[in-house]
Design a protein around this ligand. Structure first.
Ligand SMILES: Cc1cc2nc3c(=O)[nH]c(=O)nc-3n(C[C@H](O)[C@H](O)[C@H](O)COP(=O)(O)OP(=O)(O)OC[C@H]3O[C@@H](n4cnc5c(N)ncnc54)[C@H](O)[C@@H]3O)c2cc1C
Ligand code: FES
Length: 474
């Protein structure tokens, strides 16, 4: 895929204010500090400001570097086979999860209409491509039926590759996620809520009457803090033990002859019910193709994954020239549900929202509604179901896999304790978060930690994940 530009990491964009001159001398004081200006953070901040709270938003990057902006842009409550997987917690939990999803979707639709950001109606398909996936799709259909959703089985869905049928849920939508996020950020700023880009929170310290945030640009004192950062920074609440960092690839393609697509394809969005995951939708004149997910730092050959996706697109779709390719990262929790609420049980000073499992657009907006309602004293009905400590954590399998990675990494690190890429500084291979051994990702030109998913640039600069410092330079 040589002609495709691979968008590796964070790049500047024109939607943020930059960090210059934002922190006055001495600590900045506020009612609520929202850390993270992706969708979750900006929705929370907007609702808090509307409720009369004094809010400050801090972000380590810019709009363009968020997972939100780099997502597929599907606004759906169907979400592949996720409903069937959540059903193992009981139908009441699915009911609340759906109520959250519909609340998020409804809020986004109304707000985007206000902001003149186009939201296109689409039917969402979960497609079975193997007999095993037919069983999974049946489970989705049964879950939808129990919840009264108008989902239907379709023998011959408008899917361009071989399929054995699909579930179709009408009334879902798609959006340009960067445009959506930029419009929300612009509105926040126009209403006087500061959104400080380029400010990383390095430490969260609880005080008797609030919280102190140590950031790269000074200290922020707040009564309450919302960590809308994907995985929370550092070791906050021990939640990094309950989350797995997954990366997926996205590509866009030009389609010279749209009549070669199956009739009705452009009016749908789709995702396969299992491996290999293929997520498709039309985005303007381009065809978006996603898939080939992997756990951060545990894929030995990420470039091969892009080649596989590329080849699949060329074989199954009437595509010609690849337009763009990139990767993005999101977190899946041990319970399979989002974790939205206190980081530590019973402590309302620090709230988190994470664990969306690559479905955090409807869920991120829902989390904003839940967190703002909680802080303003007007909680949402379905909120308790999504609280991080609503059910016993089950991180054991994850910890075992992580331990395996860490042991293998250390064995390698003894032989090769630092790494160097041509023309850049030699860096330690030991992750400053908790001592994982980073692996070079040739595709994205980054050092990736297989333990909890922190990522670093070639010179050790911190890009994302729970780490709060870069790799040590040698
Ligand atoms: C490939 C891919 C495709 C996806 N497609 C879809 C889709 O079609 N539909 C859907 O519903 N979901 C999708 N998702 C999931 C969705 O994009 C995410 O769940 C959602 O955007 C998360 O939003 P967020 O606001 O929580 O996090 P983000 O958008 O990542 O924002 C978090 C922000 O926190 C900042 N931050 C992190 N640490 C710190 C710190 N220490 N100090 C200061 N700031 C910090 C970061 O800079 C970042 O800007 C997809 C995910 C992936 C990976
Ligand atoms: S991200 Fe936790 S050890 Fe690297």
């Amino acid at each position: 895929m040589s002609e495709t530009s691979y968008d590796a990491t964070t790049e500047p964009d024109d939607t943020g204010s930059g960090a210059s001159g934002i922190m006055a001398p001495g600590p900045l004081r506020t009612d609520v500090a929202v850390v993270g200006a992706g969708l979750t953070g900006v929705v929370t901040a907007q609702l808090l400001a509307e409720g009369g709270a004094n809010v400050v938003v801090l972000d380590a990057g810019t709009a363009r570097s968020t997972t939100t902006a780099r997502s597929t842009g599907k606004l759906s409550v169907l979400q592949g086979t996720r409903l069937a997987r959540i059903a193992r917690h009981g139908d009441d939990v699915v009911r609340d999860y759906l109520a959250a999803g519909f609340a998020g979707l409804g809020w986004l639709r109304r707000t985007m209409e206000d902001l003149n950001v186009p939201v296109e109606n689409r039917d969402d398909l979960t497609v079975a491509t193997t007999p095993e996936q037919v069983a999974d799709v049946d489970a989705v259909l049964a879950t939808c039926a129990r919840q009264g959703l108008a989902a239907q089985w379709e023998e011959d869905p408008p899917y361009p590759a071989r399929s054995l049928g699909a579930v179709r849920l009408p009334g879902q939508a798609q959006v340009d996620p960067l445009r959506m996020l930029s419009a929300l950020r612009a509105r926040l700023r126009s209403r006087g809520v500061p959104v400080h880009d380029g400010v990383r929170v390095r430490q969260v310290r609880r005080l008797r009457n609030g919280v102190a945030l140590r950031t790269t640009r000074g200290t922020v004192l707040a009564d309450r803090v919302v960590l809308a950062t994907g995985v929370p920074p550092g070791r906050e609440g021990g939640l990094f033990l309950r989350l797995e960092a997954g990366r997926s690839l996205l590509t866009t393609w030009e389609v010279p002859d749209r009549t070669a697509l199956p009739p009705g394809f452009a009016e749908t969005m789709s995702i396969t019910a299992g491996s290999p995951v293929r997520s498709l939708r039309m985005a303007g004149g381009l065809l978006m193709v996603g898939g080939e997910g992997f756990v951060v730092g545990r894929e030995r050959d990420p470039a091969r994954r892009l080649a596989v996706l590329d080849e699949w697109a060329r074989v199954h779709l009437p595509v010609d020239t690849p337009h763009h390719a990139w990767a993005a990262q999101d977190y899946t929790s041990d319970t399979g549900l989002p974790l939205v609420g206190p980081a530590v049980p019973g402590d309302e000073r620090v709230l988190v929202a994470t664990g969306y499992a690559k479905w955090g657009l409807t869920n991120g907006a829902a989390a904003g509604l839940a967190l703002a309602g909680r802080i303003l004293g007007d909680p949402v009905e379905w909120g308790p179901t999504l609280e991080p400590w609503a059910r016993p954590p089950t991180p054991s399998a994850r910890i075992a896999a992580t331990f395996g990675e860490q042991s293998t990494g250390w064995a390698c690190a003894v032989a090769r304790p630092s790494g160097q890429r041509p023309g850049v500084t030699r860096v330690s291979r030991i992750c400053p978060h908790m001592g994982g051994v980073v692996r070079w990702n040739d595709q994205e030109q980054s050092w990736d930690c297989p333990v909890h998913g922190s990522r670093f640039g070639p010179d050790g600069t911190l890009l994302e994940g729970p780490a709060t410092e870069g790799l040590a330079r040698r």
